[in-house]
Design a protein around this ligand. Structure first.
Ligand code: NAP
Length: 264
């Protein structure tokens, strides 16, 4: 398989179009989209072909399934007669396992399951990738290259994908929640809403950039901001009293538990 193969995407909504924005830069892409107006919009935005399902399956070597889990079974039934040995089926659906997909497609179909996250929209996503029973190393590598076009892509065993869902899939929401609280707190101290927003977002972006560029541990940088008996120490003492670390752990465990419950 070469990267010049046509990549077919079935469903290109929020997540699909985010991924599309990255993969069109290096691949020929065809899209099958149920929402005709959305399809036309995508065609104006990206150099893609809009095809119906049979034609898309005929032309593409890779089929990215980017529809909601609720319609997933229906889509598998629709593509089943068109799936050939040369196809690699890549799913981005949360909670749908590779055995579930393999069971509904011709025997031996090569399946890759992924868990991307929303910052893929700005090319800063994190995607967990795992291989089904029949997928080859080349298939996994191809998926890695595709998702690397919208951020970081990591390969792991499917037994860890619920953890990935809890850590990076749901992760952006944890950051947004923290930022919301931080901005609100800032306005309560008398800073304007707009200034609070700017200061908090820039502080967060700056801290992240420093963390990534310095190569230092988060704990080292935290200690560098914290002098004994100072203002930061006073704030961190409150986080510690509220069992901050324990709360994060419990929250992420709850997300993983829910991912397992929803999985089929
Ligand atoms: N959003 C996230 O943060 C996130 C993160 C990780 C994984 N995911 C996964 O990404 C997948 C897509 O989520 P989303 O938020 O992008 O959903 P979405 O915005 O609803 O996009 C799905 C698109 O597929 C279209 N569609 C439905 N049935 C179709 C069919 N038979 N053939 C072709 N197109 C069809 C839908 O059209 P209609 O609207 O007309 O039905 C819609 O435009 C889900 O499985 C989700 O689990 C999402």
């Amino acid at each position: 398989m070469t990267t010049k193969a046509v990549i077919g995407m079935i469903g290109a909504g929020n997540m699909g179009s985010a991924i599309l924005a990255g993969i069109v830069k290096g691949h020929r892409v065809a899209v099958c989209e149920a929402d005709a107006a959305r399809g036309r919009r995508l065609k104006r935005q990206f150099p893609i072909e809009l095809l119906d399902l049979p034609e898309l399956c005929r032309r593409a070597r890779v089929l990215i399934l980017a529809v909601k889990p609720q319609v997933f079974e229906e889509v598998l039934t629709a593509i089943r007669p068109h799936v050939r040995k040369s196809h690699v089926v890549v799913s981005i659906a949360a909670g749908i396992t590779t055995p579930y997909i393999e069971k509904r497609l011709p025997p031996g179909t090569r399946v890759i399951r992924t868990m991307p996250n929303l910052p893929a929209q700005v090319g800063r996503g994190v995607t967990g990738i795992c291989a089904g029973k029949f997928a080859t190393q080349a298939d996994t590598n191809l998926a890695r290259r595709l998702f690397a076009s919208v951020g970081k892509a990591v390969t792991l065993d499917e037994s860890l994908i619920d953890a990935v869902t809890a850590v990076s899939g749901s992760g952006p929401a944890y950051v947004f929640l923290f930022l919301e609280g931080w901005i609100k707190a800032s306005t309560r101290l008398g800073l304007s809403e707009q200034l609070s927003r700017e200061m908090v977002i820039e502080t967060c972006a700056g801290a992240l950039e420093l963390l990534m560029e310095s190569g230092e541990e988060a704990s080292t940088l935290r200690e560098r901001v914290t002098s004994k008996g100072g203002t930061t120490a006073a704030a961190l003492q409150e986080f510690s009293a509220a069992k901050w670390e324990q709360t994060i752990y419990q929250a992420i465990k709850a997300a993983r538990r829910r991912a397992k419950e929803l999985s089929r």
